[in-house]
Design a binder for this molecule. Structure first.
Ligand code: NAI
Length: 258
C-alpha cells in the first residue's frame, strides 16, 4: 500500500503483530521501541518522546500516514510510577508531537487503551490527576500505595485516561483531517500478559480475568487486524471511537454501558 506508518512498541506482542501485517501489505513501518526498533527511544520520558518525534520529523518532513501508540507496560512493572508515564503521558505526548505530520497526509492515529479502562474501583483522585496532566500528583498517589493497588490504579487508570483523552480531542483532530480513535483490547497472549501472570501479586487476578472472557484469551493478531482496519480507508468515517475488541468481556461485565 506504500503508506508510512509509525508504531510505538512495535518490537513485541500486539505492536509486532501489527508491524508484520502492515509490512506484509507493503506499508513502510517505523518502529519506536526500547530495543529491536528503527528508533530506539524510551517513551516514558518527555526527552525520549522528543527524540523520537524529532527523528520522524526529520526523516518524513512531508508527513506520515498513520501512528499507532501501542507502547505500554503492565500493572506488574516496577517502579509503579513508570506505568502511567509510558501508558498515558508517553502515549499522548507522541500523538501530540506527530499530529502535524499525520495531518499533512490526512492520516489516522490509533491509541491502544484496554478494556480494563471500564473497570470498577479506580481511584477518582488519581484519575483526575491524569486527566489534568498532573504527573507529579499522579506519582505521589502511586508511590503511596501498596504494589497491587498501585499497579491496578496505574494500569487501568492510565488506560481510562487515554480513552477519555481520545474522546475529548478527537473532534479537533477530525477538523484537521486526522481520524483519531482508541482500541480497547481484552486480554491477549503477549509477553506483557505472561509477565503479569507470572507475578505473584497479580497472578490470581490475571487468571480470574482470563477465565471470565466469554471467548477465552485472544491472540495479538486479533487486535492487530482491528488496528489495520482502523488505519484503513474502509474506516474513513470512524473518528473519536473507542473500539472494544475483547471477546465480549466488556459487554458481559458492563451490559448497560456502551
Ligand atoms: P508487549 O510487552 O508484548 O509489547 C509492548 C512493547 O512496548 C514492548 O516492545 C516494549 O519494549 C514497548 N515499551 C514498553 N515501555 C516502553 C518505553 N518506555 N518506551 C518505548 N517502548 C516501550 O505488550 P503487549 O501486550 O503487546 O501490549 C501492547 C499494548 O497493548 C500496551 O499498551 C498494552 O497496555 C495494551 N494492552 C495489552 C493487553 C494484553 O492483554 N496483552 C490488553 C489490553 C491492552
Amino acid at each position: 500500500m506504500n503508506r508510512t506508518i509509525v508504531v510505538s512498541g512495535g518490537a513485541s506482542g500486539i505492536g509486532a503483530a501489527l508491524t508484520k501485517k502492515l509490512r506484509d501489505c507493503g506499508d513502510q513501518v517505523i518502529v519506536i521501541d526500547l530495543a529491536d526498533a528503527d528508533i530506539i527511544s524510551d517513551l516514558s520520558t518527555s526527552q525520549g518522546c522528543d527524540v523520537a518525534i524529532e527523528m520522524i520529523s526529520t526523516r518524513f518532513p512531508d508527513g506520515i500516514d498513520g501512528f499507532v501508540a501501542c507502547a505500554g507496560v503492565g500493572a506488574h512493572v516496577e517502579p509503579k510510577s513508570k506505568i502511567d508515564r509510558i501508558n498515558y503521558f508517553g502515549a499522548i505526548r507522541t500523538i501530540q508531537g506527530l499530529r502535524e505530520l499525520v495531518a499533512a497526509k490526512q492520516g489516522a492515529i490509533v491509541a491502544v487503551s484496554s478494556n480494563s479502562a471500564h473497570i470498577d474501583g479506580l481511584d477518582e483522585t488519581y484519575l483526575a490527576a491524569l486527566v489534568a496532566g498532573d504527573e507529579a500528583s499522579a506519582k505521589r498517589f502511586i508511590d503511596a500505595q501498596d504494589p497491587f493497588t498501585a499497579g491496578f490504579n496505574a494500569y487501568c487508570g492510565s488506560k481510562r485516561a487515554l480513552a477519555l483523552w481520545v474522546r475529548r480531542v478527537a473532534p479537533m483532530y477530525a477538523r484537521d483531517g486526522i481520524r483519531l480513535n482508541a482500541i480497547a483490547p481484552g486480554m491477549v497472549d503477549t509477553p506483557l500478559n505472561r509477565q503479569a501472570i507470572d507475578d505473584p501479586i497479580f497472578r490470581e487476578s490475571m487468571l480470574q480475568n482470563a477465565d471470565s472472557i466469554p471467548m477465552g484469551q485472544g491472540q495479538p493478531e486479533m487486535i492487530a487486524d482491528a488496528i489495520v482496519f482502523m488505519l484503513s480507508k474502509e474506516a474513513r468515517f470512524m473518528a473519536g471511537s473507542v473500539l472494544f475488541v475483547d471477546g465480549a468481556q466488556d459487554a458481559e461485565s458492563c451490559p448497560d454501558r456502551f
